[in-house]
Design a protein around this ligand. Structure first.
Ligand SMILES: [Cu+2]
Length: 213
């Protein structure tokens, strides 16, 4: 057993600091834009998890906004060296009769409410590829779902390799590339850029998380 001597030296600053920080994992069933204490973080895909480490312990206000959904807000207490979770379920806003009657919008538009589409087993996710990241870089889907990724290289030719599903595509700059597969294995599977794009190429990675139904 180790015995620590009583030292008069103050604890190393890194130790002191570490104790006051924790982590926070944020997810939303519909995705959306995440704000923590009013600061914009990032856009989440449905069920993807935004993990914030080194968040100061204490109370934080987490908000998720998504067009056509009601904005939701939670107060979350982050404890030192622990992982707090904020899970959101967003409720679709229902278009009011009033909004259809005003504004001179064509009636045809009301027939196709974007946010009321019937549930489908196909999951379509848009991904941007740029030096040197995929955005989003964590994609979460459910086991058995048909997944359609639309990947667009914004700044340069890139590649998209998801070896576990035998996918490897060149992404021509500016041209959306569609990748389809069935998420038939549960687990976490890395994907990466497979077309050399510069010094940060080797770091251009992400992961696909396939959860149990
Ligand atoms: Cu690359």
């Amino acid at each position: 057993m180790t015995t620590h001597s009583q030292s008069i030296a103050p604890p190393a600053p890194s130790e002191t600091v570490k104790l006051r920080y924790g982590s926070l994992e944020i997810s939303s069933d519909q995705g959306g834009t995440v704000y923590v204490d009013g600061q914009r973080h990032q856009e989440l895909e449905p069920f993807a998890v935004l993990a914030l480490s080194n968040l100061q312990a204490g109370r934080h206000t987490v908000r998720v906004e998504k067009p056509t959904y009601r904005t939701e807000q939670q107060e979350v207490t982050v404890r030192p060296d622990q992982v707090a979770k904020a899970e959101f379920r967003l409720t679709p806003l229902v278009p009011t009769a009033n909004s259809e009657a005003t504004g001179g919008q064509p009636a045809a538009r009301a027939k196709q409410p974007l946010w009321n589409a019937a549930p489908t087993t196909e999951r379509e996710i848009e991904i941007a590829a740029r030096k040197y990241e995929f955005d989003p870089n964590v994609i979460t889907v459910k086991n058995g779902e048909r997944v359609k990724l639309v990947v667009t290289a914004l700044d340069h030719d890139h590649g998209f390799k998801l070896a576990a599903f035998k996918i490897n595509e060149v992404l021509k700059k500016g041209e959306p590339t569609t990748v389809e597969f069935t998420a038939d294995q549960v687990g976490t599977f890395p994907f990466e850029c497979s077309h050399f794009c510069g010094v940060g190429h080797g770091k251009m990675k992400g992961k696909l998380v396939v959860t149990e139904r």
